[in-house]
Ligand binder design. Structure first.
Ligand SMILES: Cc1cc2nc3c(=O)[nH]c(=O)nc-3n(C[C@H](O)[C@H](O)[C@H](O)COP(=O)(O)OP(=O)(O)OC[C@H]3O[C@@H](n4cnc5c(N)ncnc54)[C@H](O)[C@@H]3O)c2cc1C
Length: 499
């Protein structure tokens, strides 16, 4: 392993960043950091990818992150574009319609993709394996983590041999899931957002096509027993079924019980039972996401009921936000305090998703009691639901503030290229050509020195977006959120200062 400009080379057990947990969030963070040139150690307790049924949906923003990682082309064949979700009452009447556009949207991707989590994790691990500056240790259980002024000591057990290992890193990120050790070491309590329910989750493989099941996901808002149907990729179909308080979790997954519960939709003759598991869905956010050199991301920082399909998506956004900040701190280009903006920006954002998922959970469970549909929409007629795209919480900013914290679009540029393919995981100044032409040489030089990619493109999608927002340029961060906007050269100077 080669030494890099940050001074930690991954040799002698010393790394820039140690990631505890090689789930989808840990793997994504490893790739982002490695692409920044940092050395990364990943410790994972299990021998292989987790095989029980979990995520089935991700959104356009997450596909955009896969584009940044260079894996979108490898992920796409494992996806199915989803037309959306419908909520029906116990009599099968449509009460809420959350249809998604089937066209590519303003982030450059479709709004909603179905997928199978182990397929995605396979692609991410393959990409991580191709990076020489990522050292993955499977069956390595981190059990002690101690920080000092300059770094962190990590101790782990090689579970196959019982041997104890040691490593040192500048930072440790716990991507170690709901029962996170790193979160406990940070000393963070969990803020409880009120939803805790046991559900049975079942994946089936159809033996033949059953068009009547449909492409839409369906939430059966039946107070007797709530359930969810999800069309998966290929012949895979998912049902999630609420368990009643008196039902025993271990008996719930027995094939006889599963087929009995599925009887109203499908029979044994029509599909094979692939996997069944019971989960308790929670809605929590960690009170503290960082203590000095220790941070948490993904399920270790927050958990959501899956009704919006946003748990993994939120974890991906966490590491998109965190990796470039860690990179700059480790390379001495930004002060460590900048890491405080990781939680201040991300926590309010993920909270909006969790709170909406909890409200939807309430609708799914208690429709008969006349629960209002989210957003105060009328409940006696099918209401339409739109996807939310919250802004970031308070954090980094510069220039004109109106768009700060909003996700920037990914327009197709005049030469036919996609914006993010040109920019990579860097800052980009998206400028009206007249503003670009008027920038003083010294400012341009300063932006280039800060590795800001300057895009002065006359393509209508970009120019229209700038015009709609009455600005002549925006500074977009590596995670595609807007740092701030500019109407003139002074605003651009302020943005250059803020980068
Ligand atoms: C039924 C269900 C449906 C879901 N549907 C969706 C969906 O449609 N869309 C969506 O976005 N999300 C969904 N989710 C949520 C999604 O699956 C999770 O948010 C996601 O897997 C979290 O990823 P992670 O990398 O943070 O954690 P995990 O995938 O849990 O990975 C954590 C890893 O850390 C390892 N680890 C823990 N402690 C240690 C240690 N001390 N040392 C070494 N390794 C350690 C674990 O072995 C594990 O591999 C769903 C979840 C469930 C259960």
């Amino acid at each position: 392993m080669t030494r890099n400009d940050s001074g930690f080379g991954g040799t002698n057990g010393e790394f820039d960043v140690c990631i505890v947990g090689y789930g989808p969030v840990g793997a994504t963070l490893a790739i982002l950091l490695a692409d920044c040139g940092l050395s990364v150690l990943v410790l994972e307790r299990e021998a292989d990818i987790y095989s029980l049924p979990r995520a089935v949906h991700f959104d356009d923003e997450v596909m955009r992150l896969f584009q940044t990682l260079g894996v979108s082309a490898r992920v796409l064949p494992y996806t199915h574009v989803s037309p959306g979700m419908r909520f029906v009452d116990a009599q099968g009447r449509l009460i809420l319609d959350w249809s998604r556009p089937m066209e590519v949207g303003r982030l450059g991707w479709n709004a909603s993709y179905r997928f199978h989590q182990p397929d995605l994790e396979g692609v991410l691990r393959e990409a991580a394996a191709s990076k020489p500056n990522i050292d993955v240790r499977l069956r390595a259980d981190a059990f002690a983590i101690e920080q000092d002024r300059d770094g962190v000591d990590i101790r782990f057990e090689e579970l196959s041999s019982g041997a104890l290992g040691r490593a040192r890193a500048r930072f440790v990120v716990g991507c170690d899931g709901a029962r996170s050790l790193v979160r406990r070491l940070i000393g963070s309590a969990l803020i409880d957002l009120g939803f805790h329910e046991r559900w049975l989750v079942v994946d089936l493989l159809l033996k033949r096509d059953i068009p009547a099941l449909g492409d839409y996901s369906v939430q059966f808002c039946d107070p007797a027993r709530a359930a969810t149907y999800v069309r998966g990729v290929g012949n895979r179909r998912r049902w999630e079924i609420a368990l009643l308080p008196e039902e025993d979790s271990s008996q719930a997954t027995s094939p006889d019980n599963v087929w009995k519960l599925l009887g109203r939709w499908i029979s044994r003759d029509e599909a094979d039972l692939e996997r069944a598991a019971c989960y308790t869905f929670h809605s929590t956010i960690a009170e503290r996401w960082r203590d000095g050199r220790l941070l948490v991301a993904g399920d270790s920082a927050h958990q959501t009921p899956p009704f919006l399909g946003q748990g993994l998506c939120a974890g991906m956004r966490d590491v998109g936000n965190l990796a470039w900040k860690l990179d700059r701190v480790i390379k001495g280009r930004m002060p460590q305090d900048i890491l405080e903006t990781y939680q201040s920006e991300r926590a309010p954002h993920v909270r909006e998703y969790i709170e909406l998922a909890v409200r939807l959970g309430g609708l799914i469970n208690t429709r008969a009691a006349g629960t209002a549909v989210p957003g105060g929409l009328a409940r006696d007629q099918p209401a339409r639901m739109e996807s939310i795209k919250p802004g970031l919480g308070p954090g980094l900013s510069g220039g004109v503030a109106g768009l700060t914290g909003q996700v920037a679009p990914q327009p197709m540029l005049s030469d036919g290229s996609r914006l993010d393919d040109l920019v990579g995981y860097r800052f980009a100044a998206l400028l009206d050509p007249w503003l670009a032409a008027s920038l003083p040489g010294a400012l341009l030089e300063r932006l280039r020195h800060k590795q800001v990619v300057i895009i002065a493109d006359a393509s209508p999608p970009l120019q229209n977006w700038l015009a709609e927002n009455r600005v002549s340029g925006v500074m977009v961060r590596p995670d595609r959120y807007v740092l701030g906007a500019a109407r003139n050269i002074q605003d651009m100077e302020s943005l250059a200062d803020a980068v």
